[in-house]
Structure formats: C-alpha cells, structure tokens
Design a protein around this ligand. Structure first.
Ligand code: SF4
Ligand code: SF4
Length: 175
C-alpha cells in the first residue's frame, strides 16, 4: 500500500507525461519525415517520382501543351523515395507532422499544379519547360549555353550541334 502511494506521489510530482495535442504545440523530432512539398518551378516532368512512389500518390498527366502534376497527400506513406530520386530538388520533405484531418476532408488533400509547355524557338514544337534554375545547375553558370539551348527542343539542339561540328571540321580541313 505504501509502495503504491509512493508511486502515485512520485507521478504527481513529475507531472503529465503526454502532450495535450492539438491544444499544445508539438515539435517534430529532427529529420522527421512529414509532408512532402512540391516546387513546380524546379520540375522538369521527368516522372521519376511517380515511378518510385510505392504509395501511388503521384500522378503526371501529359497533354499537348501542358502537363498536370498531382500529389495526393492522403496516399503518401512518407517513405521519402520521391525526394531521394528527384533529380532537380523539386520535392522536399518537411517536418510537418500536423496531418490529422476529418474523413470528409481526405479528398481535399491533393496538391495540383498545371505546368504549361513552351514552344521550341526554331521548329515551334511544344516542349517541356526546362527551368532556368535547373539548367544553370547543370551548366554551372555557363550563360551562353543556357541562352542558346534552354528554349530549343532536343531535335533542333542536335541539328544545331551537328551543324557546328560540320562547320568546325570543314574549317580544319581547309587550313
Ligand atoms: S522527379 Fe522531380 S523533376 Fe521529375 S517529375 Fe518528379 S518532381 Fe518533377
Ligand atoms: S514520400 Fe513516398 S509515398 Fe509519399 S509521395 Fe514520395 S514516394 Fe510517394
């Protein structure tokens, strides 16, 4: 009896061990895998995230002049694979742990982005946009190459490069 009373008194002295969430704020532990955030300005629409997503939370619908990027947060298992494999850093994992919502609102937990294609400066074909921030990263600040290539489709880029190579070889042959 005395032992039990002692334990009760010790517990009372220590205070409540749980947090009265959501009425009290809770800090996420470091590196907690919370909600995934998507930055459309860095997305090249490669589809890698969709391919690696085990929860089937990501959908990319391609159309003639744009693509739709859809991330259904309610289906996300917080595995972090999409963040790991996204080549441009368009996806990040936050430490946001406030995910509880009512059943009716589950359908609203969809992130949707409509990303328009641009037209190739030479042939006018629709092409997926190549965000400047991504291109600069690849070219390490080579701005001439960025201006020359960033708004041109792969076919025209190949033809341009082949033309330049041919010209250089001709110049060498006549030296
Ligand atoms: S992996 Fe990254 S760049 Fe590729 S479609 Fe997904 S978010 Fe966009
Ligand atoms: S964290 Fe995992 S489940 Fe969630 S969207 Fe990314 S790959 Fe899919």
């Amino acid at each position: 009896m005395l032992k039990t009373l002692g334990a009760v008194l010790a517990a009372l002295k220590k205070g409540r061990a749980t947090v009265n969430y959501p009425f009290e704020s809770v800090e996420a532990p470091k590196d907690y895998r919370g909600k995934v955030e998507y930055d459309f300005t860095k997305c090249i629409g490669c589809g890698t995230c969709k391919f690696v997503c085990g929860g089937k939370a990501i959908k990319i619908d391609e159309y003639k002049d744009h693509f739709d990027y859809i991330l259904w947060d309610a289906a996300c298992t917080r595995c972090g694979m999409c963040v790991e494999f996204c080549p441009t850093g368009a996806l990040t994992m936050t430490e946001n742990l406030h995910n509880a919502i009512s059943g009716e609102d589950i359908i609203k937990r969809i992130f949707y982005s409509n990303i328009p294609y641009e037209r190739c400066e030479i042939c006018k074909k629709y092409i997926k946009p190549l965000p400047g921030v991504v291109y600069q990263e690849v070219l390490k600040g080579n701005n001439d190459a960025f201006k020359e290539n960033s708004h041109i489709c792969p076919d025209c880029r190949r033809k341009l490069q082949a033309g330049k190579l041919f010209k250089d070889m001709n110049n060498l042959a006549y030296k």
